[in-house]
Design a protein. Sequence first.
Length: 177
Amino acid sequence: MSDNTSATVHDEDHTGPVKNPKQLLLTVFFSFVAPIFIIIGLVFYVTSDNKPAAGAVNLEKALAARIQKVGTIEIRDVNRPARSGEEVFKGQCTNCHTAGLVGAPKLGDTAAWAPRIQTGFDALLNSALKGKNAMGAQGGGEFTDLEIGRAVAYMANAAGGKFEEPKAPAAAASAAK
C-alpha cells in the first residue's frame, strides 16, 4: 500500500499561502492598510495642483461673470418736473441729430424731416422709443417716455412740424377740471 492515507492527502492539499503569524500580519497590512495610504496619496496629488476652472484663463473675470447681478434697481425721483424737449434733445439726441450721424436727420433740416413728419407724431414717438435703423431704443433710459415725446416734438417742430408738446398726465387731468 501507499503511505498516503486519506488524512495526509487532505492536509497537504488544503494548506494556504500563509504558513506563520508573521506572514499573516504582512498579508493583512498589504491588503488593508497599504491601499488606504495609496488612496490618500492619490487624493493629495490630484488636489494639490492649482488648476484654473474649466475654460477660465483669468480667474477673477470668471468669478465676476459667475456672480454678476441678475437685475438692477434704479431709484428715481418721481416728483421731479419733466424736462422740456430742448433739454432732452441736448442730453440724449444731440450727438447724432446735430451732426447727422448714421443717417439721422439733422435738427432743423426740413427736407430730411418732411417725410417723417408726414407719418405723424405717434409713428415718430414709436420709432424713438423702440429704435429704428441705427438709432437705439430710447424708452426706459434716463428719460421718461413723456420726455422723449417732448424731444420728438421739439425736433419735428424745428423742421417745420406743428406737433403739440405732450403734457404730463397730472397736468392734463388738472387742466381738464
